[in-house]
Design a protein around this ligand. Structure first.
Ligand SMILES: C[S@@+](CC[C@H](N)C(=O)[O-])C[C@H]1O[C@@H](n2cnc3c(N)ncnc32)[C@H](O)[C@@H]1O
Length: 196
């Protein structure tokens, strides 16, 4: 059966165009069936984007879907260098289209299961993580994430309270030695840990 995190969704295509604005940035995204939150930018993703401080440097969008996080951050921070990854090839293809269609020059996207196809380290990792894949998968992504951050680098995650935000916070505390909820809105928590 297909999930939004299938490597190669086989669901019949249903291409759509959606819009998203943050401040004076207006974006148009092409979406399709078989990818996460295809009808509008996810509520949690929107809360996450509105909670982030300005971030520069090398930024990883982990589990980028059709690209709302990476592309918005690329437009907000033109001097940042954004890498977007997803396991789902259909999402990766859409993210490529959306980078082009929004005139973004400072983002690239690649297909990757977790961090496997990545090289180098990042100043920040931002994610609306694939909670539905289960605790085992997302906790191992959290565990690996610290190796991909520079010292002083940050990880920001959005997790719904009812989908385990509190235990995710404890897990991040275990890994990073610190974790703070920088925002809580509509049942979504924005978690922040720093590699010290
Ligand atoms: C909750 S969605 C968020 C998508 C997008 N960032 C957004 O905010 O709309 C999580 C994404 O993680 C991807 N994903 C799931 N398992 C993954 C893995 N092992 N490695 C990389 N990406 C994965 C899914 O395909 C999905 O696009």
């Amino acid at each position: 059966m297909d999930h939004y995190y299938s490597e190669n969704p086989t669901t019949e295509h249903r291409i759509a165009q959606i819009e998203y604005s943050l401040g004076d940035i207006n974006l148009k995204f092409t979406t399709d069936s078989g990818v996460f939150s295809k009808d509008k930018v996810d509520y949690g993703t929107n809360v996450l984007l509105r909670s982030l401080p300005p971030i520069d440097g090398r930024i990883l969008d982990l589990g980028c879907g059709y690209g709302p996080i990476g592309i918005t951050l690329a437009r907000l921070n033109p001097s940042a260098e954004i890498t977007m990854i997803d396991i789902n090839q259909r999402a990766v293809d859409l993210a490529k289209i959306n980078i082009e269609q929004n005139g973004v020059k400072n983002a690239r996207v690649l297909q990757s299961n977790g961090f496997e196809n990545l090289e180098g380290t990042f100043n920040a990792i931002i994610s609306n993580p694939p909670i539905r894949t289960g605790k085992k998968v997302i906790y191992s992504l959290f565990e690996e994430s610290i190796q991909y951050l520079e010292n002083g680098g940050s990880i920001y995650l959005v997790i719904q309270k009812k989908q385990g935000a509190k235990s995710a916070m404890e897990k991040l505390n275990e890994i990073y030695g610190n974790c703070r909820a920088i925002n809580k809105k509509g049942g979504y928590w924005i978690l922040h840990s720093v590699k010290v």
